[in-house]
Ligand binder design. Structure first.
Ligand SMILES: *[C@@H]1O[C@H](CO)[C@@H](O)[C@H](O)[C@H]1NC(C)=O
Ligand SMILES: *[C@@H]1O[C@H](CO)[C@@H](O)[C@H](O)[C@H]1NC(C)=O
Ligand SMILES: *[C@@H]1O[C@H](CO)[C@@H](O)[C@H](O)[C@H]1NC(C)=O
Ligand SMILES: *[C@@H]1O[C@H](CO)[C@@H](O)[C@H](O)[C@H]1NC(C)=O
Length: 418
């Protein structure tokens, strides 16, 4: 798999199927040359490189190789000689700025379990790099600010490594970045709001230790897939989320500390297929606007403090496969919803619907209702900002789809193939 064909950026799915491809970047930034640490004699004159661009990155790779402290699969044994395009984990193609050149375009270290104290001085010194995938290694340290000088970089995956400290701010400056996966590290502190205005398609931040109120500008995001699960995000889901209505398909907020009521504006996310905010501290009723989410397949709000009636318009959504509302404090369920309980789509266990099995005790439910909870703008909960079918239909459940974001909750690299 030494050479790779060229394709265009608009093909998000192709690109993350890991057929590495270049963005059609029209500009070409002048790159900074070699790091001062690298002296030219490291390039042996006798080596015959396919292209001058490969000769330039050869010493960078060799210096990085020397910093690797653990290599259980002997990957780096293949990193010798001038044939960089056949090193394990390295892929070449012609760069966007010169059709007749051959450049190091992509690195895939997924699962190699390499240890190195830093990637600084490595990826930031590879001027033609478009993809860097390093899921399940033991890399740590900081990300170099020079990474924002890489003109073609658009996929960065450092998931399941040993990165610590604050969000790597350097990432914000990468001009063409569209895929960012830093899940399963030890990042802490806050996520800069700017990440939601960077033109990303995919943002996976789950399984870190981010502690903050969800930024107000969350809805400015252009991502299709957003996972913030398994952190310590607090505060309400911002009403601005409706701004992402043209793009947002999958949202994972589960296992955080979110509070407040669900915003009516959720009902505008017309592309939404998956929404999971289970195991938070969300309260209030379900907004009837959710009945407008015509593409919704999976909706999980298990383990919150929700109450009231489950709106019939939600249960009437034609594409629903799983509606998990268990471990809340709902008190009423209409006939459409009851049908979903019987067909196994709706899980309403451990609520306060006393004519159904597996409910909370009356005592527990009374104690909850004594603590009155208020939502801002209560009238909005009854609004339905769309036309819903007058007679609820629930067509047969289609083939089970592989939802991308749920696989981001596992440590291995996310496979975008359907
Ligand atoms: C890696 O190389 C060492 C020494 O050459 C050898 O003992 C070991 O079995 C190799 N490991 C793998 C996974 O190939
Ligand atoms: C394009 O790349 C080829 C091969 O490396 C090189 O000979 C040629 O000078 C380059 N063209 C430009 C315009 O840089
Ligand atoms: C809903 O979320 C809970 C907690 O994360 C999980 O155990 C359950 O399997 C989920 N339900 C569905 C249908 O995905
Ligand atoms: C959804 O529900 C079906 C049964 O209705 C179940 O088999 C499946 O595991 C559930 N969870 C997910 C995540 O699809």
């Amino acid at each position: 798999m030494g050479s790779i064909s060229l394709c265009s950026k608009s093909l998000l799915h192709i690109s993350i199927l890991f057929l590495p491809c270049f963005i059609g970047v029209t500009y070409c930034q002048k790159f900074q040359g070699l790091s001062p640490l690298i002296s030219p004699p490291l390039i042996p004159e006798i080596l015959n490189f396919l292209d001058q661009r490969l000769a330039l990155v050869f010493p960078i790779i060799q210096v990085f190789k020397d910093t690797i402290t653990s290599d259980p699969f002997n990957i780096t044994q293949t990193w010798v000689g001038p044939d960089i395009c056949n090193y394990k984990g390295f892929y070449c193609t012609s760069p966007p700025d010169n059709n007749s050149a051959v450049a190091l375009a992509s690195i895939d270290f997924n699962g190699f379990q390499l240890s190195a104290p830093t990637l600084d001085g490595f990826i930031d010194q590879l001027p033609d790099l478009a993809l860097f995938h390093a899921n399940s290694n033991k890399f740590s340290g900081t990300i170099s600010p020079k990474i924002s000088k890489l003109p073609f970089l658009y996929e960065l995956d450092i998931s399941n490594n040993n990165f610590h400290g604050n969000f790597p701010m350097e990432i914000l400056g990468i001009p063409g970045l569209s895929f960012l996966d830093i899940r399963f590290n030890f990042f802490t502190g806050t996520v800069p709001p700017e990440i939601f205005t960077q033109g990303l398609d995919v943002l996976f931040l789950n399984n870190n230790n981010f502690i903050q109120k969800l930024p107000e500008n969350l809805g400015s995001t252009t991502v299709l897939y957003l996972t913030l699960a398994n952190n310590k995000f607090i505060g309400p889901i911002p009403r601005s989320i409706s701004k992402a209505s043209a793009t947002l398909k999958e949202v994972l907020f589960l296992n955080n500390l979110l509070t407040g009521c669900l915003p009516y504006e959720l009902g505008f996310l017309s592309e939404l297929v998956l929404f999971d905010a289970g195991n938070n501290l969300l309260t209030g009723p379900l907004p009837c606007s959710l009945g407008c989410l015509a593409k919704l397949e999976q909706f999980n709000l298990t383990g919150n403090l929700l109450y009231g009636q489950v709106p019939e318009v939600v249960c009437a959504l034609g594409k629903l496969v799983n509606l998990s509302l268990s471990s809340n404090y709902f008190t009423e369920l209409g006939p459409t919803c009851r049908k979903l309980v019987n067909s196994g789509v709706l899980d309403i266990k451990k609520n306060c619907i006393h004519d159904l099995p597996d409910q909370r005790s009356v005592l527990e439910c009374d104690a909850f209702s004594l603590h009155r909870r208020y939502c801002p703008n209560p009238a909005s909960f009854n609004l339905i900002p769309c036309k819903v079918p007058s007679s609820p239909s629930h067509p047969s459940i289609g083939p089970k789809r592989n939802l991308v974001s749920y696989s981001a909750l596992l440590r291995h690299a996310v496979d975008f193939q359907e």
